[in-house]
Design a protein around this ligand. Structure first.
Ligand code: HEM
Length: 382
């Protein structure tokens, strides 16, 4: 099989001077293989259908290229660049952080959970130090340590962050607690409150949305948030997922994956910036086939569900990974699996995911350049 070596190829598409960060193609075959080794390949089967696909977090998953999944928050070599991109997006469009006022205690809870997790899992890069305790010796079940003071040190971000803050006093942070948490990690974060037997997406900091809008969804119930998704309501998936999440006990952590296609390594494909990235899809469909491998990226979200300790809110972390098809085909069984899933995906799901046109150049490229046998292409399913 002839697979193109993934070198520092550059296309006009990935070098646009618009200030938007696009994940670069791997510079060397070794870099390509390292990124494949960590990639959460999302297709256990030849066909893809929606399900309430949850599993315990922190369980190591072996893949054809390596392994992933040992940590809840994942830091990789794109960390500093992705944090800069978050800052750019939040500056251009502050509505990517959105919160209902009653969520403030949950935001502090989430902030401490995120910072603590980083400090425990990556002690060489992050430190969270309690510098004073407000209520020494008292029963601390009332809140997430309101009045306690901390020092946060993030030596991985560029520039580094050194921040003192007091829990419950928002004036001690440069922005809201959830936004501050979101600015320390590559993950997007949503907080869900539980009331009237339902979950409500009442606070979010989301800069890398896959074709949805945090500002529009904020304050909606779990079933409303999933309103536009085909099939999941009549198949009972939304109800089952909501019941499962509401049954989580404090500290319990689960995860699931989701996927789509993204063009040119762009992370921000939120509704608000659609005019910027929407036309890229048609430029792939109408562009030369030889560019498709470098322009079409498999986009995988690893999503974590965590019941927070004090507030009882559920923290939903969405971590986005991008892999260009030109790199992915270095693992031949992945190339075939992606072709199979894309070619078979029912039209309503393909349309909802926004891949109903781009999947065909991707399939064709995988079969002509990527070494996948066209004779085994499945029919579109239903
Ligand atoms: C077990 C838990 C969950 C399941 C099974 C689930 C399932 C799904 C599915 C199947 C989709 C369609 C994805 C696609 O085709 O690309 C979706 C989309 C989405 N999910 Fe979930 N989800 C879960 C948890 C959550 C949580 C906790 C949130 C919190 C905010 C959330 C927010 C969304 C949003 C915003 C979309 C996009 C909706 C749109 O297009 O406007 N999901 N979900």
């Amino acid at each position: 099989m002839t697979v193109p070596s993934t070198t520092a190829r550059t296309t006009a598409a990935t070098n646009r001077a618009d200030g938007v960060y696009r994940q670069p193609l791997p510079a060397t075959p070794q870099e390509a293989d390292r990124s494949l080794a960590e990639f959460p390949f999302p297709f256990p089967h030849e066909t893809y259908r929606y399900s309430a696909n949850v599993e315990p977090a922190e369980k190591l998953r072996r893949s054809a290229a390596g392994q992933w999944g040992e940590t809840v928050i994942d830091i990789d070599r794109h960390y500093a660049a992705e944090l800069r991109e978050k800052d750019r997006i939040l500056t251009v469009d502050p509505s990517r952080y959105v919160a209902l006022p009653h969520m403030l205690p949950a935001e502090w809870d989430a902030l401490l959970a995120v910072l603590n997790e980083l400090a425990v899992v990556y002690p060489g890069s992050f430190t969270l130090t309690r510098t004073s305790t407000a209520k020494d010796g008292e029963d601390r079940k009332d809140s997430a340590g309101a009045g306690d003071s901390y020092h946060w040190s993030n030596r991985l971000s560029d520039p580094p962050v050194e921040q003192d803050f007091t829990v419950g006093d928002s004036s001690t942070l440069p922005c809201a607690p959830l936004e501050f948490a979101g600015r320390q990690v590559q993950e997007d974060i949503a907080l869900l409150a539980e009331r009237d037997g339902m979950l409500w997406g009442d606070s979010m900091v989301v800069t890398f949305a896959a074709d949805w809008s945090p500002a529009f969804d904020a304050g909606m119930s779990f079933p409303e948030i999933h309103g536009p998704v085909p099939r999941v309501h009549e198949q009972g998936i939304v109800d089952r997922a909501q019941k499962f999440i509401m049954g989580l006990r404090p500290g319990q952590r689960f995860r699931r994956t989701n996927w789509t296609l993204t063009i040119d390594g762009r992370l921000d494909t939120g509704t608000e910036s659609y005019p910027e990235w929407g036309p890229d899809r048609m430029s792939v469909v109408n562009g030369p086939l030889r560019e498709v491998g470098d322009r079409v990226f498999l986009r995988v979200e690893v999503q974590h569900l965590i019941r927070l300790q004090w507030s009882g809110a559920v923290m939903f972390l969405i971590r986005t990974y991008l892999q260009p098809l030109s790199t992915l085909v270095r693992v031949p069984e992945w190339a075939t699996r992606v072709r199979d899933v894309l070619a078979e995906l029912p039209e309503d799901m393909a349309e909802y995911k926004g891949v109903h046109r781009t999947r065909w150049p991707a399939v064709e490229w995988l079969e002509t350049v990527g070494g996948v046998d066209p004779a085994t292409r499945p029919e579109v399913g239903n």
